[in-house]
Design a protein around this ligand. Structure first.
Ligand code: HEM
Length: 463
């Protein structure tokens, strides 16, 4: 039986959603114009697309495919309330065009299901890894100096993610340095950067392939060197995977999966921590939250003077939690292109067919004046008493960790990690912003907005 996903307001007659045409500068290749515009400034493109078509549902060409965009509370609620919980779409959909096929492997349901298991992300097992990594990075900062806040977050996140994803061996200096170098050289966000033209440059791909081969060899060595760990005693994502799903996979598939999982575990946490620090420390506007958070941390550290805050004390950092939530709301500037409907989706009389790629950008939800007073203002206190705070859940107006069936399995873990990183940084250092605040750089790959430059901060270790 075909169930049809329709809203109460859906009309019975179905038609195709309006097609965006204005940016299709090459008529014979109608998708090219849209795709290029889309990859450069996705949100701007989508905003204009919806405005041009005067519709909350539009379609346009995207690298040879038709992509649908739905926006607004009504459409989002429809998705949320829907029975269409099997919305497909995984890593291959995102990276398909960007990584060599050999490296990517085929879409694999087992691997995909494994990466989504909440139990795989049981943070309790990884808290030690986060403490050790945070301590290492903060020690390496020395007594005082200047650093880009995003570089600092990148170091904290890379080290913590390496430990809890891959285990202790990653910390051996030669391996760690080369892995980091190769990861940055090959990850699509860093390597393609703004220059989407690299996509059609064969020399770029030749070089990328060499780098991928090296990365593959390095990760394969790590996998082969792992001693078996009895089930139940696993301390890293890799150990869990080797005991379960990787046992049935080729080494190539395991390598590809580790690489992609690492991308998910590193990228958004880095940007979330970077922007949270920027928002907490900025002085270019009235910012009482900076002092409230510092007071809250001082009180917590006074109760636990001997080391990092225990889990329960981290959970009680409620002002910091409000600030993180507000940063996550405001800093999302990208498109979540990850839904493939597997049942017809009908919205305002327009039908999105089975198999179509649909995006429902959190940016629209997060900046919607119907959902928020003064949506462009940074007001952490707006979350007090809300279900989003009380139940730490995603809703049709707040979805920084994604939506529907594809909600991020690292959500809980990331909230705890962010609090460890921030509380340890402020416990050990006085930090203040010394340079200008960067602007948001729109992107398609990271769900969270990238920055268009550094945010230099001065730090001094406390006595
Ligand atoms: C602040 C940190 C993070 C943010 C803001 C974030 C955000 C997101 C978002 C928006 C999605 C897309 C969901 C969708 O398609 O609707 C996602 C998916 C995912 N994230 Fe995260 N994430 C974070 C941290 C992590 C961490 C630490 C891990 C792993 C340890 C992780 C693993 C994943 C995985 C595996 C998916 C794919 C889920 C699926 O497609 O079903 N994320 N994340």
């Amino acid at each position: 039986m075909t169930r049809t996903l329709v809203g109460s307001r859906a009309a019975t007659a179905r038609r195709e959603p309006p097609r965006v045409s204005r940016w299709s500068s090459i008529p014979e290749l109608p998708w090219a114009g849209s795709a290029l515009a889309f990859t450069r400034r996705p949100i701007t493109f989508l905003e204009r697309a919806h405005a041009e078509c005067a519709s909350d549902i539009v379609r346009f060409g995207y690298f040879g495919k038709t992509l649908y965009s739905v926006r607004g509370r009504e459409a989002t609620e429809l998705f949320f309330d829907s029975v269409n919980l099997d919305l497909k779409g995984g890593f291959v959909e995102i990276f398909g065009g960007l990584l060599p096929k050999r490296f990517l492997g085929e879409e694999d349901d087992d691997l995909y299901a494994f990466s989504k298991k909440r139990s795989v992300f049981n943070f309790g097992a990884y808290l030690d890894a986060v403490h050790v990594s945070t301590d290492e990075v903060l020690r390496e900062l020395g007594k005082s100096g200047e650093i880009d806040l995003f570089e600092l977050s990148s170091q904290l996140s890379f080290r913590a993610a390496s430990r809890f994803m891959l285990g202790e061996t990653i910390a051996s200096p030669g391996f760690f340095a080369r892995w980091r170098e190769l990861f940055f050289a090959t990850n699509p966000v860093e390597s393609l950067g703004r220059f989407q033209w690299n996509l059609v440059n064969p020399l770029f791909w030749r070089k990328q392939n060499e780098l991928f081969a090296e990365l593959e060899a390095l990760l394969a060595r790590l996998i082969d060197a792992k001693d078996p760990v009895p089930p139940g005693e696993e301390r890293s994502f890799l150990e869990l995977a080797l005991n379960t799903v990787y046992a049935r996979k080729s080494r190539e598939q395991a390598v590809a999966h580790v690489y992609m999982m690492f991308l998910a575990a590193y990228l958004n946490p880095t940007l979330t921590l970077g922007w949270t620090l920027v928002d907490l420390l900025r002085r270019d506007r009235e910012n009482p939250h900076r002092f409230s958070v510092q007071d809250e941390l001082r009180r917590a550290h006074a109760r636990h003077p001997d080391g990092p805050l225990p889990r329960a004390a981290l959970d009680e950092l409620s002002i910091l939690q409000l600030c993180v939530m507000e940063t996550l709301r405001l800093r999302i500037r990208a498109v979540n292109v990850r839904k493939i409907v597997n049942e017809p989706f009908v919205f305002r009389g327009c039908e999105i067919p089975v198999g179509a790629l649909v995006c429902n950008s959190p940016t629209f939800a997060h900046l919607d004046p119907e959902s928020y007073d003064a949506p462009l203002e940074h007001r952490p206190e707006r979350w007090l008493g809300t279900p989003e705070l009380e139940r730490a859940t995603m809703t049709a107006r707040y979805m920084p960790f994604g939506t529907f069936a594809h909600i991020c399995p690292g959500k809980k873990l990331s909230h705890v990690w962010l609090k460890v990183a921030i509380s340890e940084l402020f416990r050990r250092f006085d930090v203040e912003i010394a340079g200008s605040i960067p602007n948001v750089r729109e992107g398609i790959m990271p769900v969270l907005a990238d920055r268009d430059g550094p945010c230099i901060a001065r730090y001094r270790r406390r006595a």
